[in-house]
Design a protein. Structure first.
Length: 266
């Protein structure tokens, strides 16, 4: 791994970093700004009670989740926070090698006195740095806003565990992106497909309660590994919630570097 390549990748992705940070912060502010209109609101409970049960179940809505701030956090804030970051993480990872092919810089980059594996690990380190910074910043803002609204009703250890589980999911989708990056010659194609995988997995998870068939298909979604409502209610993160995301991230890195070493760079 070379710090020159790491710093080069950081400079290349600087605009994407600030875009990701801005989108994340805006969504957190918007979602928590409307918390007072949803949490412990009898009118909202009556509205949900009047909706067809199938529709409520299909979109993962639950009256109980709107009665407390932790329920609102688990069902309305956390899922969107994670899907945004997962999409950016997958897109950055998928574009790491594809963009070099797309821009015609691959031939130059891979003739430099660096091993291909070193270039790959340097790019991966830069992506991890940026994504971790965004996640820490977003989580910090989220915690500050929750503290201003919580009035002592939140279990902060459970909130931190929830945020940690989300970070593992983000790494998981980053690993999936690395598996894809060497297969595409177009930066936009690679990033679009990787981002689409993250969003599709989110919708599969959201619609898992609509039918038994959808529930089976939703098992393919990594989001199924984390039960946010259970965590904020005092539950824990199962072994699968730890091992599978980290395993997919590690597998993505290993597969990504192996494919790069085997493939010709046009």
């Amino acid at each position: 791994m070379s710090w020159n390549i790491v710093s080069h990748e950081l400079r290349q992705n600087r605009r994407a970093f600030f875009t990701c940070l801005g989108v994340t912060v805006v969504f957190i502010l918007l979602l928590l700004a409307k918390a007072d209109a949803f949490v412990d609101n009898p009118e909202m409970e009556r509205l949900l009670g009047s909706m067809p049960p199938g529709l409520v179940q299909a979109f993962g809505l639950d009256v109980e989740s709107f009665r407390t701030l932790q329920g609102y956090l688990a069902t309305q804030v956390f899922p969107y926070f994670i899907v945004i970051l997962s999409s950016f993480a997958a897109a950055w990872a998928a574009g790491s090698i594809a963009k070099e092919k797309d821009r015609g810089t691959g031939e130059y980059l891979f003739t430099l006195p660096y091993r291909r594996s070193g270039i790959f690990w340097s790019k991966a380190a830069a992506h991890w740095i940026y994504m971790s910074l965004v996640y820490i910043a977003g989580s910090g803002i989220l915690l500050v806003l929750l503290y201003s609204k919580a009035s002592g009703e939140l279990s902060w250890s459970q909130v931190l565990l929830l945020l940690w589980s989300g970070y593992l999911l983000v790494l998981c989708f980053m690993g999936i992106g690395y598996m894809l990056t060497s297969w595409f010659a177009s930066d936009r194609t690679a990033m679009g497909i990787a981002c689409g995988v993250a969003v599709l997995a989110f919708f599969l998870d959201m619609l898992s309660g609509s039918s038994e068939w959808m529930e089976l298909i939703a098992l393919l979604s990594p989001y199924q590994l984390v039960d946010a409502t259970d965590i904020v209610s005092g539950g824990g993160l199962g072994a699968a919630g730890w091992l599978v995301p980290l395993g997919l991230y590690a597998a993505g890195l290993v597969v990504g570097v192996a494919l790069l070493q085997r493939k010709d760079i046009p």
